[in-house]
Design a protein around this ligand. Structure first.
Ligand code: FAD
Length: 343
């Protein structure tokens, strides 16, 4: 059986790998010239945080997130399962209590246990929430690993695929009864009309003097910020949530707020070198939940919102299941019609 996947973001690559692992010959068509070009997934923090996300997300996100959390380590050895830490400054400790009320699977830490977990935060906070079952990864390295795994399984990725290439390949695939899975992110709005964009701004900095082992969320009533370690003294600082489908440059306000929050977490961030400032636009449905939908015979995996890495594997497994079930139906139908012809 063959399948075409449109888009090499986290949705497309997890679908492609999941199908290839099940013996399907997969070709991915990607509009960008290289992995990550024009792709929201490139700018993600890479937090795999099903329990923290319960603060603002439906229970489904935790359920799918747990399934995905188990998927990553076998495909990307760089997956780190060290939990996440949530802190708040003195005047914002009410935020911490509210966060605790909305989430689960955490432990309250006192100053001593915070220092034991993250020595560089010693003496900075008197209380924190620790979510020991969560993880994180470097999204760029993870996409790279998925692309490598797909190739090792015999799949291919065609970059710089133009609209005409995609139209031709998908048409001939569908005519031949092969599956097409559309993972174009926000670009799929031509079919998924209720998809919207939620812009996120982020920074990558280098700060060898501070060592953090796990994502740290800093709660604030207006500007909640997180810092995700990327290894080698690199940190991703993110992320804004702006209702906009325009991947315009970061605003001065956002830059000040993100850097201010990092500086407040640890003043050494004032000395960090800024390596990158980026913006991505998250594809989201009105309920902020993801969907695997079948429209006109084609599968669409989309609406991953702020949970692409957290949810994509679980959605990919659903999509692969549907592709193979449809393939099975097709084979049964073919066998039936062969029998009818023989009778
Ligand atoms: C700042 C920021 C921080 C985030 N942090 C996290 C986090 O910590 N954890 C988490 O789980 N999620 C996070 N997210 C969310 C996550 O990044 C998104 O949910 C995810 O990237 C969406 O993936 P996608 O594959 O659907 O879309 P995309 O990554 O946008 O991929 C779509 C791909 O389709 C391609 N494409 C478009 N049109 C065509 C076409 N016609 N033909 C072929 N290819 C096409 C595009 O070039 C692109 O490569 C964050 C997002 C942002 C912006």
């Amino acid at each position: 059986m063959r399948a075409i996947v449109l888009g090499a973001g986290v949705a497309g690559l997890t679908c492609a790998v999941e199908l290839a692992e099940r013996g399907v010959a997969v070709e991915v068509l990607e509009r960008g010239e290289r992995l990550g070009a024009g792709c929201c997934s490139w700018y993600a923090g890479g937090m795999l945080a099903p329990w923290c996300e319960r603060e603002s997300a439906e229970p489904l996100v935790a359920t799918l997130g747990l399934e995905s959390l188990a998927w990553w380590p076998a495909r990307f050895p760089g997956t780190r399962l060290r939990g996440s830490l949530v802190v708040a400054h003195g005047r914002d400790t009410g935020e911490l209590r509210q966060f605790a009320r909305r989430t689960e699977r955490y432990e309250w830490l006192d100053a001593g246990r915070i220092a034991a977990l993250e020595p560089d935060l010693a003496g900075r906070f008197s209380q924190a929430l620790y979510f020991p079952e969560e993880g994180h990864l470097d999204p760029r390295a993870a996409l790279d690993a998925l692309a490598g795994r797909l190739t090792a399984l015999g799949g291919t990725i065609r970059f710089a695929a133009g609209a005409n290439d995609c139209r031709e390949v998908t048409l001939s695939a569908e005519t031949a009864g092969n599956a097409v899975i559309d993972c174009r992110g926000l670009e799929a709005r031509d079919v998924l009309h209720d998809l919207r964009g939620v812009k996120g701004e982020m920074l990558v900095v280098e700060l060898p003097d501070v060592s953090l082992s796990r994502p740290v969320r800093v709660l604030h009533p207006r500007v909640p910020v997180y810092i995700v370690p990327r290894g080698d003294g690199h940190y991703m600082i993110g992320a804004t949530m702006i209702e906009s489908d325009q991947p315009t440059r970061i605003t001065a306000r956002s830059l000040l707020e993100l850097l201010g929050a990092a500086y407040a977490l640890h003043p050494a961030f004032g000395e960090a070198q800024i390596l990158e400032i980026g913006t991505g636009v998250r594809p989201a449905f009105p309920d902020n939940l993801p969907r695997v939908s079948r429209i006109g015979g084609r599968l669409y995996v989309n609406g991953l919102y702020r949970h692409g890495f957290l949810l994509a594997p679980a959605l990919a497994r659903q999509a692969a299941g549907q592709v193979l079930a449809a393939g099975h139906c097709l084979e049964v139908m073919n066998a039936d019609s062969r029998q009818r012809r023989l009778a």
